[in-house]
Design a protein around this ligand. Structure first.
Ligand SMILES: Cc1cc2nc3c(=O)[nH]c(=O)nc-3n(C[C@H](O)[C@H](O)[C@H](O)COP(=O)(O)OP(=O)(O)OC[C@H]3O[C@@H](n4cnc5c(N)ncnc54)[C@H](O)[C@@H]3O)c2cc1C
Length: 499
């Protein structure tokens, strides 16, 4: 599948957004003979995976854990190239170090023996349950990922077809409920149920399909892109340019234009009309319908339906450098706060910014010294917080909240942190709205609950107008790098090769 760059008559696709979904869609369409223009309002590719560089530190703004590397490899293979020639992946061990508020630590790895002994340290009775949980996770993976993750859910019959397997796999249960069926220790229940938070879901309401992540990690591992996730983004963007794709950075799409029920292109804020045969939106799905496609073109995704939908939580992220090393901190640390279920209720249901938090601490310098000046560390720490329905004025709250986190880190894992900070910047829910145009500042688009999954999510092939397709976190299958790469893969079965 090669691209004839001399062709000027091949159909043109306008892609809104250069997040992983948009980048993957561009590669797939380019190798299938389309001309592609990607428009993004940021000044660089990657979307949430953009990069902040400051005083010799490189901060990946968003995703850090690569869990299905083969989905990236496949993009290069489609173009007849090798991912390893563009970016190196290295395995991370442990996958996560989970620290409870009590100070106890659980090292979560991909090694069966060490997992068994970690579990036994907490509760020997749960070792068997864990083995059974992992087998269940594999069965869920076989259906949820292998069979369903890459196919469109455009028709009610698509949904009806999978209902029997979903019932058999207990998809009506939540992640926490399924984990609790196999594991009794309250601390281990947290260890094996937090994963939906990585894709914007509350373990107490996310469908148990998401327990497939446990098997996905065990089978393929957790990886890091040397140079950071930004190096992976750069590799994909380079590949797109080699294939003849064009980027337009710093431009915002204000409208998807439509004639006779068919998408005809995108209109930019500047007024420029980019005409295209197809439009692929990698912009926030809720935003795409609410703000880019006129109400006269929408029957299903009306403003009222979007306003009724549940959007995922947001995140507060603090990026900081230190002029000393913290050698004993793992690459990925999860610091669980004093509350679990109640904190998640505050975030997802009450939309209330709580006094306490649970944190994820990223230390890329544990693996890759190039991310900070010599002798320094580059960290980020994120706290799941409610989206903008909380009413929090982040412009005034941000610094106070950051300080609270700094104090907590200083007290728990980063002694004397406040004396060693070199650079500091934050990303608040308000910036998820202002920078990425994500409705209510949600970090992961529609919440992954059963009634908002598969057929019930905005479809990959728009239900509203011909020639409009959706990729990214808000469409099927959902958020996270594996999810958004799969959304682009679904397009292969919906869009024919260019003639
Ligand atoms: C802090 C953080 C950490 C995460 N960690 C992980 C992780 O470790 N592993 C993992 O797998 N996932 C992780 N995720 C989730 C993952 O990053 C996202 O689900 C995924 O990157 C979203 O990709 P996307 O294709 O939906 O596009 P996005 O990244 O959302 O990009 C969409 C782009 O479209 C642009 N855009 C929107 N509207 C317009 C418009 N009208 N005109 C022009 N441009 C527009 C936006 O500015 C943005 O650049 C994390 C997310 C965050 C925020």
């Amino acid at each position: 599948m090669s691209v004839d760059l001399a062709r000027t008559d091949s159909p043109h696709v306008a892609i809104i957004g250069a997040g992983f979904g948009g980048l993957a869609a561009a590669i797939r369409l380019l190798v299938r003979g389309y001309r592609v223009t990607i428009v993004d309002r940021l000044d660089q590719p990657g979307g949430r995976a953009r990069v902040f560089k400051e005083d010799g530190n490189t901060f990946d703004a968003g995703p850090t854990l690569i869990t299905a590397p083969f989905l990236f490899d496949e993009l290069w293979e489609l173009a007849g190239k090798r991912r390893a020639d563009y970016v190196d992946f290295v395995p991370i061990d442990p996958f996560y170090r989970i620290r409870f508020d009590s100070g106890e630590v659980f090292n979560y790895t991909g090694d069966a023996d060490s997992m068994r002994s970690e579990i036994a340290r907490f509760n020997p009775d749960d070792v068997d349950g864990y083995e059974r949980f992992l087998k269940k996770s594999e069965r869920i993976f076989d259906v949820g990922f292998t069979e369903l993750g890459h196919v469109p859910f455009g028709k009610v019959s698509d949904m009806a077809r999978i209902v029997p397997s979903m019932v058999a796999l207990e998809s009506y249960r939540t992640v926490f409920s399924l984990v609790s069926k196999y594991i009794k220790d309250p601390r281990l229940r947290q260890v094996f149920s937090f994963h939906p938070l990585l894709v914007g879901g509350n373990p107490f309401s996310t469908t148990s399909i998401y327990t497939l992540i446990a098997f996905l990690e065990r089978k393929w591992g957790v990886w890091y892109a040397m140079g950071g996730t930004g190096a992976l983004v750069k590799g994909l963007a380079d590949l797109i340019e080699e294939l003849g794709g064009a980027f337009r950075f710093g431009e915002t799409v204000n409208e998807i234009t439509v004639a006779a029920g068919k998408a005809t292109g995108v209109r930019l804020e500047s007024g420029e009309h980019i005409i295209s045969d197809l439009v692929v939106s990698n912009a926030d799905a809720a935003w795409t319908y609410k703000h880019l496609l006129g109400p006269e073109h929408r029957r299903r995704w009306t403003d009222a339906k979007i306003d009724r939908s549940k959007l995922s939580m947001s995140l507060f992220v603090w990026y900081f450098g230190t002029d000393r090393k913290y050698d004993d901190i793992a690459h990925h640390t999860i610091l669980l706060g004093p509350r679990y279920r109640k904190l998640l209720e505050d975030i997802f249901r009450n939309h209330e910014l709580a006094e306490d938090f649970s944190l994820y601490l990223h230390r890329p310098t544990a693996t890759d010294a190039s991310m900070a000046p010599e002798g320094n560390e580059a960290f980020y720490v994120l706290s799941p917080v409610p989206h903008l329905d909380s009413g929090t004025e982040w412009a005034t709250k941000s610094e106070q909240y950051r300080k609270q986190i700094e104090k907590y880190l200083e007290r728990t894992v980063l002694p004397r942190l406040s004396e060693h900070i070199t650079v500091s910047r934050t990303l608040t829910p308000q910036q998820f709205l202002d920078d990425y145009l994500s409705l209510k500042g949600s970090a992961f688009s529609f919440e992954p609950i059963l009634t908002q999954s598969a057929y019930f999510r905005p479809h990959n092939k728009s239900e509203e107008v011909e020639g409009l397709f959706l990729v990214g976190a808000g469409t099927h299958p959902g958020a996270g790098m594996p999810g958004v790469l799969s959304s682009a893969r679904v397009l292969d079965s919906l869009i024919p090769d260019a003639e």
